[in-house]
Design a protein around this ligand. Structure first.
Ligand code: ARG
Length: 292
């Protein structure tokens, strides 16, 4: 009897070890083509904030199962492959991104990041890979009140912006007299705006266009001038080799037209079932959150 139990144990252990191998096999370190120093050897650790379609979000399949999607995520995979590194994506709220980069726990930040010069203390910037611009948004019912940026600058208004973003600076600049409400997720700002709790909000133009598909009530009022327009990848401060090869990959991806395909794919997926925000501990869409 003891022998049989021992045998069963051996078989179970072997199965366990084998399945362990399979998992490791899938996630094993890359060949590290350029011998780069990264947070975890052989891996490219990318921090993102997946509440921002078409940049980064979760596409849902017919069973509601979320998969990380968006053109930043395809670009992250492209860069990782180019460098011969295994991609590891770490989703955080946007206001955690700068902290992760300055703590040195991520190699890249890919989150529709604007090249705000204040951030240069904490990270380096890649070249600009996408020409995003800024927007002021409101709802259809309030549209008549907002004709231009000046009309947003009144004490009676509550204006939203995502925590830690350059949109907070834009709100402070153009709507200084209004009550500025900062929220952790872009999703919450749009939801609050549509619910009538906010009068307007600052957000990236393309993200506003994407949210309009889920919230047809959302109205883009005007473009907001911003001197550091466009999007970059945040690169671990002082890692000159990583910066060099990331730029190399970026230019190749854009020049050969692959990045354009990523844009098309992201827009198509963003028009379907999606979730914008953080998943729960089990990797599911939180049940109390609305799904678009
Ligand atoms: N471009 C803005 C910034 O860098 C907002 C980016 C927000 N990104 C996000 N994934 N929620 O401050």
């Amino acid at each position: 009897m003891k022998k049989i139990i021992a045998l069963i144990l051996v078989v179970l252990m072997a199965v366990g070890m084998f399945s362990g191998c399979v998992v490791n096999e899938e996630e094993k370190a890359g060949t590290n083509k350029y011998n780069l120093t990264t947070v975890k050897e052989g891996y490219l650790t990318v921090v993102t904030s997946p509440d921002y379609a078409p940049y980064e979000f979760y596409a849902l399949d017919e069973n509601g199962k979320p998969t990380l999607a968006g053109f930043d995520m395809d670009l992250a995979k492209y860069i990782a492959d180019y460098l011969g590194l295994t991609l590891e994506v770490v989703p955080v709220d946007f206001d955690g991104i700068i902290g992760e980069m300055s703590a040195g726990v991520a190699d890249l930040a890919m989150a529709g990041l604007s090249p705000d010069p204040d951030r240069l203390e904490k990270m380096d910037f890649s070249d600009i890979y996408y020409g995003g611009k800024q927007a002021f948004v409101t709802t259809k019912s309030k549209k008549a009140q907002f004709t231009d940026l000046e009309s947003t600058n009144k004490a009676e208004y509550s204006i939203g912006a995502q925590n830690g973003t350059i949109q907070m600076e834009l709100a402070a600049k153009y709507s200084a007299n209004a009550e500025i409400v900062t929220l952790t997720k872009a999703t919450d700002i749009i939801a609050d705006l549509v619910a009538g709790n906010l009068d307007g909000a600052y957000i990236e133009w393309d993200v506003a266009v994407s949210y309009q598909k889920n919230y047809p009530d959302l109205e883009i009022v005007c473009e907001v001038p911003y001197e550091a327009d466009g999007n970059v990848i945040g690169v671990a401060k002082g890692n000159a080799d990583l910066l060099k090869y990331v730029n190399e990959a970026l230019h190749k991806c854009v020049d050969e037209g692959t990045f354009n395909q990523y844009l098309e794919k992201a827009n198509a997926l963003a028009a379907g079932e999606k979730y914008e925000g953080m998943l729960d501990q089990d990797g599911n869409v939180p049940t109390d959150e609305g799904v678009g």
